[in-house]
Design a protein around this ligand. Sequence first.
Ligand code: ATP
Ligand code: MG
Length: 564
Amino acid sequence: MRVSQLFTKTLRETPAEADTASHQLLLRAGMIHQIATGVYAYLPLGWRSLRKLEQIVREEFDRIGSQELMMPALHPLELWEKSGRHHAMGQILFSVVDRRERKLFLGPTHEEVITELARHQVRSYRDLPQLLYQIQTKFRDEPRPRGGLLRVREFDMMDLYSFDSDWEALDVTYQKVKQAYQRIYDRCGLPTIMVEADSGAIGGKDSQEFMAITDTGEDQIIYCGACKYAANLEKARSVKPEVPREPPLPLEEVSTPGMKFIEEVSGFLRVPKSHTLKAVFYSADGEIVFVAIRGDLDVNEIKLKNALKCTELRLATEAEVAGAGLVAGSASPLGLSGIKTVADDSVTEGINFVAGANRPDYHVKNVNYPRDFKVDLMLDIASAQPGQGCPKCGQGLSITRGIEVGHIFKLGTLFSEKMGAFFLDQNGEQKPIVMGSYGVGIGRLLATVIERNHDDKGIIWPVSLAPYQVYLCGLGMDKPEVVAASDQLYADLQVRGVEVLFDDRTESAGVRFNDADLLGMPLRVVVSQRTLKTQSAELKWRSQSESQTLPLEGLAEKIAGMLK
Ligand code: ATP
Ligand code: MG
């Protein structure tokens, strides 16, 4: 492709709306264009990279024996009613109504559709195992699209689904898919770590995410440097700091004038925060829930949401709290009735907590569970924090940021049972198919590769994903000898299967080298009057600062070899 004919132009200025490196660079390089919030067009250069990534994904999934298919984006409501998942997905689902007033969803993921397909195709254990995948557009009405391709509302996902006859067979499949994922990320030159994940609205048993570590990542990852335990903060467990146990003392009301916050109360009464009981109120699908947790810990809303099995969880408003007869800042689990109460398991016997008195300006000392209050649910709902102990080996935990570039789930029989996907086993018995579900966000992965591979001048593509492998620059395109030599090299490279972006413009060297750096093709080749004096060309890898001069004779062959 000749740059003079390229549909897109590069941008010199950084677009104001772009906050992450990949967003800025994809826009400046003319690879994507925003059409609406979280909706992008892939321009020719961006589309070439995306297609290369898709090809890598296809090769790796075909290698483990999966079959590609294509499912529709329009899903009838009835299918989702079978799984019941449209409630849990909530507002993320895009829906449309057809001319006959029938409701359809734009697929955010395809477990429902694939289970419907398996229900019809799989009859007996002889039809298993099966691995099926597609690369297809998903629609999710994300509350906060951001970061260019990192979080969008319409995106291509590679989604793979596995069907096995039992859990042991699923384990084997799961390992195979994990290895395919690993090879995909390796071929993209992207290091990832695997972390324990929350299964979210999809549900299911085991679930792991592949995270690329970057400062711009939205996800927080808790990990242990000693034993390699790693989990998404949403799911992470930890050993909570221990608090010395004491014999329970009698309840005692104390005056705490004007004090509402744990910090104020613990300072005033001279007790550590870990000896206070924090009350937090939530609205869970419209019902007020009282949550009690030790004052030194914080509530993890994902854990709480899972514990309550609710769809919408948010902090309750002041009016809702007052309406429930509670006094914010001085609320207490003591004497509570008619309100669902959840406590973190840090609230155990013999700690003599300071808690609210449920009247303004007063707190109560020596509150103990279960002597003084009851709860409906008691489990771990605390956020793990760096510095706390690793749940596996006890060493200190650390925290970092990452971007989720892939997710794998063991769904088990969740969908097959609800949707009637059964098979006959060796004994002629009817059994639900054991399923797995696996997703890679293609556009997000591409953007993440840029997050990890760029400098202040532009993108640094790995050869595997670059829109073109070579940026050929003829310097002095008004000189016939430069035109002849660079045209010849352009043709010779193409004959050898090398993908070349040929900068045949007459702009200054400075402008064109800046574009070469911004676009980030792996190898820059310059032909100029100077290099032609020695019948040579100048080669420079985008990832290196040194250049080398090589004879034009046999150069195309040589470059083809260097790019292998
Ligand atoms: P997130 O937690 O980031 O919202 P998710 O857990 O909802 O993602 P999955 O349902 O696991 O996403 O989807 C599989 C993969 O699809 C993710 O690992 C991610 O790479 C990609 N993906 C999910 N949502 C988006 C989005 N809004 N934009 C781009 N890619 C996405
Ligand atoms: Mg996920």
